[in-house]
Ligand binder design. Sequence first.
Ligand code: GLP
Length: 257
Amino acid sequence: MAHVNLDRRVKPTVIVAESPEAFSRVAADVITRQIGIRSDSVLALPTGATPLSLYAELARRCSENLVSFAELHSFNLDEYVGLDPEHHNSYHAYMMEHFFSKVDIDMSNVQIPNGMAPNREAECARYEREIGAVGGLDLAIIGLGANAHMGFNEPGTPFDSRTHVAELASETSDANSRYFAGMQQMPRHAITMGIGTILEARRILLMAMGITKAEAVRASLEGRVTPHVPASVLQTHPHLTVVLDRDAASRLTVSPR
Ligand code: GLP
């Protein structure tokens, strides 16, 4: 395990995990610590392959009574437009399968954008209001697209964006189509928290694994802060923790100490 202090204006804590077990343990520690500070913390939650081992580790800790999510408030980062919550490719279904069904969370405190909402603009506004109503995000846990997207905030998204309907970038459609029967079944739009919404979280945990993320990690942590690299804005956040595996960290120029 190596802690890297990058030479940036705001220095994130970067942890390079030496094994998959260490990756999920370190990420779960960040969340467990947050819940230890405030049991009714407000979290933003990601989907994708990256957080799977984290959710499994949190479920294990919950089953062993090491942590409770009973008072937690959660807001998922995003959801596909046009997918019913019951659809097996929806992020609702993902969250039920991998996390919510395995822990003691109160489902009335769980929020996921409604991709079936007839009035999407109203749904986006509702989502922002709900986040505000519980005092804002304490900890946003986010994954990273190969193009450095966060949630579905694709390159070019303004840094001050709020929850909105986003069009998926073609590289995102390509990457995520592996979960769908074919490109035809793949939604073209999603409702996503905006970059501004994410940035207002008091703490941010960014996770990335695999060589396909290495360039996005480098550009996000060491490159110019620009909307072309959405996650580069995280360099400006005062409380950022980054958990990487060796491959995802392999293009960072500052060597771990
Ligand atoms: C999707 C999600 C993102 C996630 C990304 C990376 O596009 N909208 O929130 O970070 O996938 O997923 P993976 O962890 O599978 O690489």
